[in-house]
Design a protein around this ligand. Structure first.
Ligand SMILES: Nc1ncnc2c1ncn2[C@@H]1O[C@H](COP(=O)(O)OP(=O)(O)O)[C@@H](O)[C@H]1O
Ligand SMILES: [Mg+2]
Length: 334
């Protein structure tokens, strides 16, 4: 459904060049639900905008739904739906009418646009809001309507740029359920971007981690965690000196473990923490270094990101500057 080779985009502004996307090789199979995960400025939106033909790559190639983005942009556009970051607020139309006009712009007949709109209103839980003005909808309702708009012409492939940014956790969970249900119902291939770790983890079958315009990892959440981050055993001690001695002892006993200590705490990263922890506690006890408490945690995608980039995705995430571009459906027939 998607195949890119060395996809690159450099922006030049005020004599400074920003390499937003650097040599991206990406493959997405039909029916997959893939998340591009990365911090603000990683190049996620730029990647989506190249794949949706909104901007031209500086170099490299991309085929989307079987068509080349550079030489067959009209065909690409007809085959995809795209919901950009912070798309169209403040519409005066009713939700259902907005959907139908969107379908007409894609060249659908009035009858088929209407029946498709009814179907999407139903499957995206928009019955309560379809007859209200778009401008009066809540953020979560608006996002669901956006998704319905992206699906009106039954595209094989749907791109969603940060679909849940700005939504509260409950609306986010609700939106995620709808994305999964849609995929099951229509078999639509979905590529979305997110900087929410939990979203990438729970929603996507495959996570493509992007940092500074480069692909740094590409796998299922489970395999990313298994390959790039271990379990975390956190041991607390009564005395700082005990923590230091315990850390040294663990380093000697477990060559493959990554051990850090600060103050009264020791953090050990190993492949199978739950299996290792009991023996470790007994050994420390025997050495006169009893731990006051112990906690074993499974790795998160943030641990993966930290491991791959040396930085946490949680820290330093500034507010998004939503780009207000939208794939102009009129352009399809132009
Ligand atoms: N039109 C543009 N002109 C100049 N720089 C841009 C433009 N669009 C994006 N960038 C820069 O490219 C980098 C990647 O941006 P973007 O793709 O929006 O990241 P993300 O969506 O992951 O937050 C950033 O450094 C951003 O400032
Ligand atoms: Mg973005």
């Amino acid at each position: 459904m998607i195949e890119t080779h060395g996809l690159t985009k450099a922006f030049t502004a005020r004599k400074r060049t920003v390499e937003a996307v650097r040599g991206l090789d990406l493959t997405v199979a039909p029916g997959e639900l893939v998340a591009l995960l990365g911090p603000n400025g990683a190049g996620k939106s730029t990647t989506l905008r190249m794949l949706t033909t909104l901007i031209a790559p500086t170099s490299g190639t991309a085929r989307v739904a079987g068509y080349d983005v550079a030489t067959q942009p009209q065909q690409v556009r007809r085959a995809i739906g795209y919901i950009g970051q912070g798309n169209g607020a403040g519409h005066n139309q009713r939700g259902r009418d907005e959907l139908v006009s969107h379908g007409l712009a894609y060249g659908m007949s009035k009858a088929s646009a209407r029946s498709r709109a009814d179907e999407l209103v139903d499957s995206l839980d928009l019955t309560q809001v379809a007859d209200r003005k778009v401008s009066s909808l809540s953020g979560g309702q608006r996002r669901r309507l956006d998704i319905a708009m992206g699906l009106i012409h039954a595209p094989a492939l749907l791109f969603l740029d940060e679909p849940s940014t700005g939504l509260d956790p409950q609306n986010r969970a609700n939106l995620q359920e709808h994305v999964v249900a849609l995929r099951e119902r229509y078999g639509t291939t979905v590529v979305l971007t997110t900087h929410y770790l939990d979203e990438a983890d729970s929603l996507a079958e495959r996570v493509v981690v992007i940092d500074h315009g480069r692909l740094v990892a590409d796998d299922t959440p489970a395999r990313l965690k298994a390959d790039h981050a271990g379990d975390r055993i956190t041991l607390a001690f009564d005395e700082v000196v005990d923590a230091a001695n315990a850390a040294a002892r663990i380093v000697r006993g477990h060559g493959d473990a990554e051990v850090e200590h600060a103050e009264r705490e020791v953090v050990v990263r190993v492949a199978s923490g739950a299996r290792l922890a009991p023996a470790m506690l007994v050994d420390l006890q025997d050495a006169g270094l009893p731990a006051r408490s112990v906690e074993v945690a499974r790795p998160t995608l943030d641990d993966v990101f930290l491991n791959l980039t040396g930085r946490s995705l949680r820290e330093g995430h500034t507010a998004d500057q939503p780009a207000t571009d939208q794939l102009d459906p009129i352009g399809v027939s132009a």
